[in-house]
Ligand binder design. Structure first.
Ligand SMILES: Nc1ncnc2c1ncn2[C@@H]1O[C@H](COP(=O)(O)OP(=O)(O)OP(=O)(O)O)[C@@H](O)[C@H]1O
Ligand SMILES: [Mg+2]
Length: 243
C-alpha cells in the first residue's frame, strides 16, 4: 500500500513571503503525525497545499497515493480548518449532515455517531451561532470525521477544547490509527505533541527535524520538546531526519 502522504519539495510564495521552502515529508499509514511550529511557520499553508486548496509554485503532493489536486480523493480525506467553516444559521445536526452529504454519506446514523463522538448530542438542534467557541470546534471536528476518511488533516483541532474532551479526542484519534487511519495534526501544545507517533518541527517553511518526541529530545540532548525545538532552530535550518 502507498504511504498516506508524500510531499516533495513544495515551494509556496505569497507576496514577498516564502511560506514553504522546498518542504518534503513522508507519512506512513496508521499513525498520527504532528506538525509543530510557531505562528507563521507554514503549517496551515502546508495542510492547504496537501488538500489542493493552495496551489504550490513547485513540487508535488501525493495524498493516499494520488497526485493532488484531485476532487475524487477528497472524499477519502477529512479536514478541519484552523478557523471553523460552519454555517452559523444551521443547526449542529444540519451542518454535520451537510458535510456528510457532500461526501456521499447516506446513512443518517453516521451523522448521529459523529455528533456523539464530540459530545454534542444535547446540542444537536442548536444553531451554530448559539454555540460556545469550543463547541464550534467540536462541531467542526464532527464535520471532518463524519465520512470516515482514511486521511485526516486537523489544523489545531484542540484549541479552545477543555482538558477532559481533549483527552477523549486523543483516545479517539488513537482508535482511528488502530483502524489504519492516518492523522496529521498541527499544534502548538507540546504535551499533545507527546501523543503523536512522529513529529515534524516546522519553521520558516522548512522541516527542521523529524522523529518521535523521545528521539527528538534525545538527539537535541534536552529534557523538553520546547528546548529540543530551540536546539534545532538554532543549529541550522537544514532538514535533519530520522529514518
Ligand atoms: N493567503 C495568504 N496571503 C498572503 N500571505 C499568506 C497567506 N497565507 C499565509 N500567508 C503567509 O505565509 C506564512 C505562513 O502562514 P501559515 O498560515 O501557513 O502559518 P502557520 O504555521 O499555520 O501559523 P499559525 O500557527 O499562526 O497558524 C505567514 O507569513 C503568512 O502571513
Ligand atoms: Mg495555521
Amino acid at each position: 500500500m502507498t504511504d498516506a502522504l508524500t510531499v516533495n519539495a513544495v515551494q509556496k510564495h505569497f507576496k514577498g513571503v516564502h511560506a514553504l521552502r522546498g518542504l518534503s515529508l513522508q507519512v506512513e499509514r496508521g499513525i498520527t503525525y504532528g506538525l509543530l511550529g510557531p505562528n507563521g511557520a507554514g503549517k496551515t499553508t502546508l495542510i492547504r497545499t496537501i488538500l489542493g486548496l493552495t496551489v504550490p509554485d513547485s513540487g508535488e503532493v501525493l495524498a493516499l497515493g494520488v497526485r493532488m489536486p484531485d476532487k475524487a480523493v477528497l472524499q477519502r480525506i477529512g479536514y478541519m480548518p484552523q478557523s471553523t467553516a460552519l454555517y452559523d444559521d444551521l443547526t449542529v445536526h444540519q451542518n454535520v449532515a451537510f458535510f456528510a452529504a457532500l461526501s456521499g454519506v447516506t446513512d443518517p446514523a453516521r451523522v448521529d455517531q459523529a455528533i456523539t463522538l464530540v459530545s454534542l448530542q444535547n446540542r444537536a438542534q442548536s444553531r451554530v451561532r448559539e454555540l460556545s467557541g469550543g463547541m464550534r470546534q467540536r462541531c467542526s471536528l464532527a464535520c471532518a470525521l463524519v465520512h470516515e476518511p482514511e486521511l485526516i488533516l486537523l489544523d489545531e483541532p484542540t484549541v479552545g477544547i477543555d482538558p477532559q474532551l481533549r483527552v477523549q479526542f486523543w483516545d479517539h484519534f488513537r482508535r482511528l490509527n488502530q483502524a489504519g487511519v492516518t492523522l496529521i495534526v498541527s499544534s502548538h501544545v507540546m504535551d499533545e505533541a507527546e501523543r503523536c507517533d512522529k513529529l515534524g518541527f516546522v519553521r520558516e517553511g522548512t522541516l527542521l527535524a523529524e522523529g518521535s518526541a523521545s528521539e527528538l529530545r534525545q538527539r537535541a540532548g534536552t529534557p523538553t520538546l520546547e528546548e529540543a525545538f530551540l536546539h534545532f532552530a538554532e543549529n541550522g535550518a537544514s532538514a535533519e531526519r530520522i529514518a
